[in-house]
Write a protein that binds this ligand. Structure first.
Ligand code: SME
Length: 165
């Protein structure tokens, strides 16, 4: 049994993300299957990060023009997202994290769960190529800030070599 969990519910965000990255590396270190690792990483983000209603991955195959849904926790979601569309497609097309305080104010936002109010999407890169994005949704407006962005970027960097298929 795995028993990864934050040490304390009131842990400051930078420390919480250091714990999350450490747990992610430990959980994926001896498993070569990228889908299995993404599934466990989605569960880990769900366990460590409060106020989420969706947490998971979209993948981008080499040369593909669209993201494809990967392992996640939450309601069933749109399966394919063209590059440049919505928050996920924008993050993938620009290779830049998108921290959206109010999804209703984001042009082209794709609603997969009507409860979502804010969203953080971080690209996962291998060299200079985007291979996936990590997507977090929250029912609370303004749920994500610069600490969350830096924390998920650190996670994306740490697990980049562990989610290949
Ligand atoms: N809201 C995303 C779509 C994915 S779901 O949130 C799971 C977007 O605008 O790209």
């Amino acid at each position: 049994m795995f028993d990864f969990a934050p040490t304390h519910t009131a842990t400051p965000k930078p420390e919480l993300y250091r714990e999350l990255v450490s747990a992610a590396l430990a959980l994926t270190e001896s498993e070569p299957d990228g889908v299995a690792n993404m599934a466990n990483l989605a569960a880990l983000m769900w366990t460590y990060l409060p106020d989420l209603n969706w947490a998971g991955f979209y993948r981008l195959a080499p040369g593909a023009g669209e993201l494809v849904l990967g392992p996640f926790i939450g309601k069933p979601a749109c399966i394919r997202i063209p590059l440049g569309s919505g928050v996920c497609g924008t993050a993938a097309a620009t290779a830049q994290s998108q921290c959206v305080a109010d999804v209703h104010a984001f042009p082209g936002h794709i609603a997969c769960d009507a409860a979502s109010r804010s969203e953080l999407v971080v690209p996962v890169t291998a060299g200079d190529r985007v291979i996936a994005v990590i997507d977090l949704d929250s029912p609370r407006a303004g749920r994500f800030d610069a600490d969350d962005t830096a924390g998920i970027e650190a996670l994306a960097c740490a697990i980049s070599t562990r989610i290949g298929t």
